[in-house]
Ligand binder design. Structure first.
Ligand code: ASP
Ligand code: MG
Length: 421
């Protein structure tokens, strides 16, 4: 008997009809002789709606209470799903994150898993039941409080349970057929990848691909969990995210895919004295705000003034905080002014084959030039090239780059629900 962990995203359990459809699928897996552990997200856009509701009653809701509220979303879907399975004549039991033994640190809104103790899940399986676990939540032993793992965290719950239970595979069910060469909502000719290395998946997720949550990919890589991303709307094989120790090679070509991130902003510190220590000063201040900065570009200083500009990107949500903090240090650092720009987008081209081939950047920049798109910033890693463009031209940019690297497939990709979760 194999143990399979299945995670269903919000779009797969959006209403009663979907919940019954998913229940049927789980029962099929059970009937095929597998032990099944299911992780669910909140129904449809419920988490967003709960966040909106919270900010209506309090502009800055307390982290503890917000976590308490948001975990309710997953509890609704887990219990409904258990009821649906039971009414089909199979045993099912639902569990909250804490009942499932997901111990986390105390960081409300973005807690990290510190230990998984799935005793009750194991017991449920031994009793022949399907175990259903509320995604994206845990508890902290020290405070005794409920926590959430951050938006999109149900993927992490599923991968962590798969690791703790020694599951054969962790299936992530979504509304598209797998991991594509680009978001099929932007590039309809995007191709589904049969396989992708966890290293490439990590880069794509970090660069804004929403199909898998980055911390889930990291966790899977560290614990050797095989992740299978597939659609809950059909029985097609999806995409296998393979780990190096699986010893399997991925021969999908040099480029795995293109990701887009519209959630970043760009801050430019104008007129920075070009003397040693200024970058250190500025980024120490930024680090103090706990913002995650990404690309950094420093210009050569103008010969007549000895002043330079430094630009960097960061999540839009951190923008106001960082601007305010930097402004407070203007005199001390000695720069002229700050510019804030949130009409930017980041495009990243990812592929393990980049290590061994040359001319990739030239091809990328040429494709953008031919599409009339201006590049504002560039950064690279061993297997990724990222560029910042205007937000309103990034979709054209992705399509141009997709075609230039011959990633277009023959068929149009099908998006079943539309939310991508
Ligand atoms: N419901 C949570 C969210 O929307 C967690 C998840 O879906 O993974 O972020
Ligand atoms: Mg959700």
């Amino acid at each position: 008997m194999s143990l399979i962990v299945q995670k269903y995203g919000g779009s797969s359990v959006a209403d009663a009809v979907s919940i019954k459809r998913v229940a049927k699928r789980i029962v099929e897996t059970r009937k095929a002789g597998n032990e099944v552990v299911v992780v669910v997200s909140a129904m449809g856009d419920m988490t967003d709606e709960l966040v909106d509701l919270a900010t209506e009653v309090a502009p800055l809701p307390s982290g503890r209470e917000l976590d308490m509220l948001l975990t309710a979303g997953e509890r609704i879907s887990m219990s409904l799903l258990a009821m649906a399975i039971k009414s089909m004549g199979f045993e099912a039991r639902s569990y909250t994150g804490s009942q499932a033994g997901m111990a986390t640190d105390a960081h409300h809104g973005s807690a990290r898993i510190v230990e998984v103790n799935p005793t009750r899940i194991r017991e449920a399986l031994d009793a022949g039941a399907v175990a259903i676990v509320a995604g994206f939540q845990g508890f902290n032993r020290g405070t005794g409080d409920i926590t959430t793992l951050g938006r999109g965290g149900s993927d992490t719950t599923a991968v962590a349970l798969a690791a703790a239970l020694g599951a054969k595979v962790c299936e992530i069910y979504t509304d598209v057929d797998g991991v594509f060469t680009a978001d099929p909502r932007i590039v309809p000719t995007a191709r589904k990848l049969a396989r992708i290395t966890s290293e490439e998946m990590l880069e794509l997720a970090a660069a804004g691909a929403k199909v898998l949550y980055i911390r889930a990919v990291e966790y899977g890589r560290r614990h050797g969990v095989t992740i299978h991303v597939r659609s809950s709307f059909n029985n097609n094989e999806g995409t296998l995210v393979v780990n190096p120790e699986d010893g399997e090679t991925v021969e999908e070509g040099m480029i795995a895919g293109i990701a887009v991130d519209l959630g970043e902003a760009k801050i430019t510190v104008v007129g920075v004295p070009d003397v040693p220590g200024k970058a250190a000063e500025i980024f120490t201040i930024v680090a103090g705000t706990e913002a995650n900065i990404d690309m950094i570009v420093q210009n050569v200083s103008a010969a007549d003034t000895g002043l330079t500009d430094i630009s960097f990107t960061l999540p839009m949500a951190d923008g106001a905080r960082v601007m305010q903090t930097l402004l407070g240090a203007k005199k001390k650092v000695g720069f002229d002014s700050l510019q804030y720009d949130d009409q930017v987008a980041k495009l990243a081209l990812v592929g393990a084959g980049m290590r061994t081939s040359s001319g990739i950047s030239a091809k990328l920049f040429t494709a953008l030039y031919e599409a009339g798109i201006n590049i504002e910033m560039i950064s690279t890693s061993e297997i990724r090239i990222s560029v910042v463009t205007r937000a309103d031209s990034v979709e054209d940019a992705v399509r141009a780059v997709h075609t230039a690297f011959e990633l277009d497939g023959d068929e149009l990709a099908v998006v079943h629900a539309g939310t991508g979760r």
